[in-house]
Design a protein around this ligand. Structure first.
Ligand code: F3S
Length: 287
């Protein structure tokens, strides 16, 4: 039996970099640097990784206020990034910062900040409640609007003479982004559109579809509440009826898998490599 493991399964570049940063800090800690390590928000939406880090002494801080009562130390900013004011406040409170903001997200911060200086209004296409969008908004210095739906785009109003710079949340759907931009473009002349959608999500989905098409059984690994894993599952299910959504190798034991000539494996953005390997090894041994 053949096993097809998606190359793009699991962590993207930005998340790998952020998680590695935390582990590197832990290592320095072992070598004698005795400062507390914090992450601002969970470094990744994966309980196992966060619990492992906690066991190694890394604490998750969820609000700026919490820093008032904490021992001084190093704060690692996760790949989503944070607003400028959060950054400044952490420093003011006497903590060191290691910025593991994904460089693609950092580029959006720089774009909105620079365009703001040139008096451009900013439109962020994305979900207002997502931490990445909150962070981007926090680098805007001119009027900023967040647009997530067709209704938002239709309702958008500004001075006819305004200049507009449109950016996007990195994980936004490309088709929907173009559609919303089209609506906005009818309202104003001076528009700069910076497509800041990251390819990692798209590539993972394309590869998952391709593999699912060519196998009899497809396994999608990821957290239950992970929306990108859910999306991967739906894509694979469209192509391969025998698609299963699992969280860890433990779930494999309860699956009733039919004999297959080829099994495909992919994983959502917050699934660590070791979990993917465990599943791959399990499939190899059992089938
Ligand atoms: Fe990941 Fe950075 Fe793209 S965090 S999804 S590589 S924007």
């Amino acid at each position: 039996m053949e096993i097809l493991l998606a190359k793009s399964a699991g962590f993207c570049f930005g998340v790998t970099r952020a998680v590695n940063t935390v582990y590197e800090e832990i290592e320095k800690h072992k070598e004698g640097e005795n400062r507390k390590i914090y992450t601002f928000g969970p470094i990744i939406h994966n309980e196992e990784v966060v619990n492992d880090l906690e066991r190694k002494g890394v604490e998750v801080v969820n609000s700026i206020e919490e820093f008032d009562t904490l021992e001084k130390g190093t704060v690692i900013i996760r790949s989503h990034g944070v607003s400028k004011s959060v950054y400044d406040k952490i420093k003011e409170k006497g903590f060191d910062i290691i910025d593991a903001t994904c460089p693609f997200v950092k580029k959006i911060h720089d774009t909105v900040f620079e365009k703001g200086k040139e008096n451009y209004e900013i439109v962020i296409i994305g979900n207002a409640k997502h931490p990445e969008v909150e962070g981007i908004k926090g680098w805007c210095i001119t009027k900023t609007t967040i647009i997530n739906t067709e209704e938002d785009a239709l309702a958008f109003e500004t001075e006819e003479t305004s200049k507009l710079c449109i950016v996007s949340q990195t994980t936004f759907n490309y088709k929907k982004f173009n559609y919303l931009v089209e609506i906005l473009a009818k309202k104003l002349y001076d528009i700069i559109v910076v497509n800041t959608i990251c390819n990692a999500t798209n590539e993972r989905q394309l590869e998952a579809r391709k593999i699912a098409k060519s196998v009899d059984t497809m396994i999608v690994i990821g957290g239950k509440s992970s929306s990108n894993t859910q999306k991967l599952y739906e894509i694979c299910k469209e192509e391969c009826e025998n698609t299963f959504f699992i969280q860890t190798v433990e779930d494999m034991k309860n699956l009733k898998l039919l004999p297959s000539k080829a099994i495909g494996i992919t994983a959502g953005a917050s699934t660590p490599k070791n979990i993917i390997e465990e599943v791959q090894n399990y499939v190899r041994i059992k089938f």
